[in-house]
Design a protein around this ligand. Structure first.
Ligand SMILES: [Fe+2]
Length: 322
């Protein structure tokens, strides 16, 4: 969102400067240096600069402006379209996990939504989930974001998700940062809609245990003792790097997120940066076999402080558990 405000601001400033400079020229007053006018086009204000040139009939005959500004504008528009596609092109990744269940289950994992918009009323993402015919939807944290305040977008998602399948939820670091009255009422509404909170809690069915850990309880967790080998354990937690803890609690399958795919995925090298600003972190996406425990790391759906995704489309994870 900060990036959107930046692009809007520099373009508005560029547009105003071109108009103001034209009025100075008409009144024969001291002018804005050409370097300054071009500077605003170079730093992302090329659309505003171009509109300023056309609307105020200003600098249109100067080759320096007539060439540079349209080229910068074409480049900026291309970057904006590419960024929108990278941030909103929803993909589905399917994994398999064998836990020796008698009856197969389909889990849809939604991680790191960060109040990201996916269609009016979140219809795009909800329709994609519905198509999977899930037995459960699990939300592994960061459904809201500290810097994007439109909680309504995430609540629209919850309202639709509970109509598709039972929804289970654990918190991420952003919910922890946003604690307080606003977060409490959000949680209250989630509960009233039927979302089952698994923050340091678990449920048990005839076939498996579904357990969760609140992000605030990581890494020194002691809310419940390790599970025995009688039933397979599916664990929900936000952060993948604490996988030894999930193993020690007896998890057979752990579903996590947090890494946003490393924001920029470089072929052959992997995800560029972790939320802790580690460069090329070892774990950033995919499914991994950790001494018998399957660790799933969702690339997530939204963004936070770094609003850039490259080669890293938003991801819904589907796990077919056998
Ligand atoms: Fe996140």
């Amino acid at each position: 969102m900060l990036l959107v405000y930046y692009v809007l601001a520099v373009n508005i400033i560029a547009f105003i400067l071109y108009g103001y400079d034209k009025s100075l020229a008409k009144r024969d007053r001291r002018r804005i240096p050409e370097k300054t006018l071009l500077f605003w086009a170079w730093i992302g204000g090329s659309i505003g600069a171009f509109l300023g040139m056309r609307i105020f009939h200003h600098k249109t005959l100067k080759p320096k402006f007539a060439l540079t500004v349209p080229v910068l504008m074409a480049l900026e528009i291309a970057i904006i379209i590419y960024s929108l596609f990278q941030n909103y092109h929803l993909t589905v990744t399917e994994y398999e996990a064998d836990l020796n269940l008698e009856q197969d289950i389909t889990i849809v994992q939604v991680s790191d939504l960060h109040n990201q918009f996916f269609g009016i009323g979140q219809s795009t993402i909800l329709n994609r989930i519905k198509k999977q015919e899930p037995d459960m939807i699990v939300i592994t944290g960061d459904i809201v974001d500290k810097t994007h305040t439109s909680y309504g977008i995430s609540m629209d998602f919850i309202k639709g998700a509970v109509k598709i399948a039972p929804v289970y939820y654990v918190t991420g670091n952003h919910e922890a940062w946003l604690h307080g009255e606003k977060m409490d009422s959000f949680f209250e509404e989630m509960r009233s809609l039927g979302v089952i909170f698994l923050n340091d809690a678990y449920i048990e069915t005839d076939e498996y245990i579904l357990a969760g850990i609140a992000d605030t309880s990581l890494p020194s967790f002691n809310a419940y003792p390790p599970f025995g080998p009688e039933k397979p354990v599916i664990m929900l937690a936000h952060e993948p790097q604490y996988y030894p803890l999930y193993q020690s609690l007896g998890a057979d399958l752990a579903l996590t997120g947090h890494y946003h795919g490393g924001q920029i995925i470089i072929p052959g090298k992997g995800g560029l940066v972790s939320p802790e600003f580690e460069i090329f972190p070892e774990l950033y996406e995919g499914i991994h076999d950790m001494s018998g425990m399957k660790l799933v790391i969702s690339r997530g759906l939204g963004n936070s402080v770094l609003p850039v995704r490259v080669n890293n489309y938003p991801e819904l994870v589907v796990v077919k558990v056998h």
